[in-house]
Design a protein around this ligand. Sequence first.
Ligand SMILES: *Cc1c(COP(=O)(O)O)cnc(C)c1O
Length: 352
Amino acid sequence: MSFKLENILRENIKKLVPYSSARDEFKGEANIFLDANENSYGSPLPLGAGQFNRYPDPLQLKLKEKISKIKGIPAQNIFLGNGSDEAIDILYRAFCDPGKDNVILNLPTYGMFEVSANINDVAVRKVNLTENFQLNVEKISEAIDGKTKLIFICSPNNPTGNSMDRESIETILNNFDGIVVVDEAYINFSKQKSFISELGEYKNLVVMQTLSKAWGMAGLRIGMAFASKEIISVFNKIKPPYNINEASQQFALKALDNIEQVNNWIREIVTEREELVKSLSGFSFVSKLFSTDANFILAKTTSPKNIYDYLVKNGIIVRDRSNVILCEGCLRITVGTKEENKKLLDVLNQYK
Ligand SMILES: *Cc1c(COP(=O)(O)O)cnc(C)c1O
């Protein structure tokens, strides 16, 4: 393997002179800020709501320090995005020349990988997962050519719920000269070890996680990418200067102190998941439940559309995945609270 960052960076990004914000140019102590055309008088928020008249820290250093302690990864190896979706988009813009380069997706998987490719006019080479929803390493290797820049691997995978075999991911990391993106949005629910421990080993690895799922902060829009400091510098060059707003930074800082609460929820969600699997398997209209490492269950049913509509009529929304490749008949059900899960099962018990 001969991965070299400069070999796969787009020429325009290599040459890019990034925007330099007021807060990038001044570092140090001061108490009169007349450099950014902000309103020095304040913001018209009710008392106690906080003051947001100043631009936020462009590199979110306090928040990264806190994440660094939790994850055991230096802050310089962390990028924070306005959701993981921003990190996905930046990967395309950094590495893929529109109309020329391609990426490999392993289907079925998270929809944003393909949408972001389409927005950036980057060709998608689709490789189906195997019958067990595992990576088809042989087909992936056949799909790679000189224009393949990124391979996206989602583990645990959305919408199937399973984790990918570690050796398969390592084989790809070892044999691909482009970037391997491992999306671990659901890693907190999995027994598998995160790939962030492999960052020292693989210069072509980008691991994505998020505060949206287990951490319970989907509304704040904070996604994380972990990679070599060279790759992180590229991300920082491309991102909008103030991509994580001040309110999100402040709330996330507070929430990350409550790691115990989150761990308790994770344990409870995993317990509920197992209960839900047991109960769902008793329904005659559920023909298969796929093993899951995430906070959702993929259930193959005999009549997905009818069940979906029936649930909607009863005020319960699940995700119809029955049109997705290899997911014929499938509904994706997020594990809710104990009460929500009970309501779901009660309603399904009445389904005819
Ligand atoms: C939910 C999800 C995300 C999260 O995206 P955010 O933009 O961080 O909310 C990322 N990847 C996968 C596979 C997901 O299912």
